[in-house]
Design a protein around this ligand. Structure first.
Ligand code: SF4
Ligand code: SF4
Length: 233
């Protein structure tokens, strides 16, 4: 049984709501994991040893307790997942300038991917329930090769924009024109023209959803492709 902790940092909890919106699939997911920590659902004060920690929300650099929590989750979890745009890229939390009533000194927020060694990032504000379900299913089944786009996002190896499709899919002749990217784009910023995606940059909010949803981002690697074409020479 995979031991999973769910940690909420600075955010709106929308990612947890989206996770709950997977309805009956959530029951299947819960049956295959042991939930060991979740501030919303249980009275557990410390993050225990676990296989996976799922984190939503950005990190407040002015909040020592939050920084300690990040340290704690890094120490206790084997795999760290940044769920949603705040944890993955910072999202609107980047624009915070403090002065909120509850904590006026809290003015600097960064994504978890900038302060912790994150394994996978799931984009979206919040990520669509289907995207969360797909990601969790792949994770729980240990399909590492299919999780590569999420790992690239976590490592900052993409541009977080529609142009990722050009660099990693279209330019490598991997695009089949399926239209999944256009359907995944929350701002309707992608149009399929002549069987290929065309990105309207003025609409792109750099969420990364198109890249992780494209079924052709599973790139076998330049060496593997070369070998397929050239054989053993
Ligand atoms: S989802 Fe991928 S394969 Fe499908 S049209 Fe978009 S870029 Fe091409
Ligand atoms: S806004 Fe649309 S085009 Fe831009 S990264 Fe997100 S899904 Fe891709």
């Amino acid at each position: 049984m995979v031991r999973v902790a769910y940690v909420q940092l600075a955010g709106c909890c929308g990612c947890l709501v989206s996770l709950a919106d997977t309805y009956e699939r959530l029951l299947d997911i819960l049956e295959s994991i042991e939930l060991v920590y979740c501030q919303t659902l249980m009275d557990e004060r410390e993050i225990p040893e676990c296989d996976v920690v799922i984190v939503e929300g950005a990190v407040c650099l002015n909040d020592e307790h939050m920084l300690e929590e990040v340290e704690e989750l890094e120490e206790h979890a084997d795999t760290i997942v940044a769920l949603g745009a705040c944890a993955s890229t910072g999202n609107f939390m980047r624009f915070s300038r403090g002065n909120q009533q509850a904590a006026p000194t809290h003015e600097a927020f960064v994504p978890l991917t900038e302060v912790a060694d994150v394994d996978y990032a799931v984009p979206g504000c919040p990520p669509a329930p289907e995207a969360i379900e797909r990601f969790l299913t792949l994770l729980l089944e240990g399909k590492e090769e299919l999780l590569e786009p999420f790992a690239k996002l976590a490592e900052g190896k993409t541009e977080y924009c529609g142009c990722d499709l050009m660099y990693h899919v279209v330019n490598k002749s991997m695009c089949t024109g399926c239209g999944t990217c256009a359907a995944a784009c929350p701002t309707r910023g992608i149009e399929i023209v002549d069987g290929r995606p065309v990105v309207n940059e003025s609409r792109c909010i750099k969420c990364g959803a198109c890249f992780t949803q494209c079924p052709r981002t599973i790139w076998p690697g330049d060496e593997a492709i070369k070998e397929m074409i050239m054989g053993d020479e």
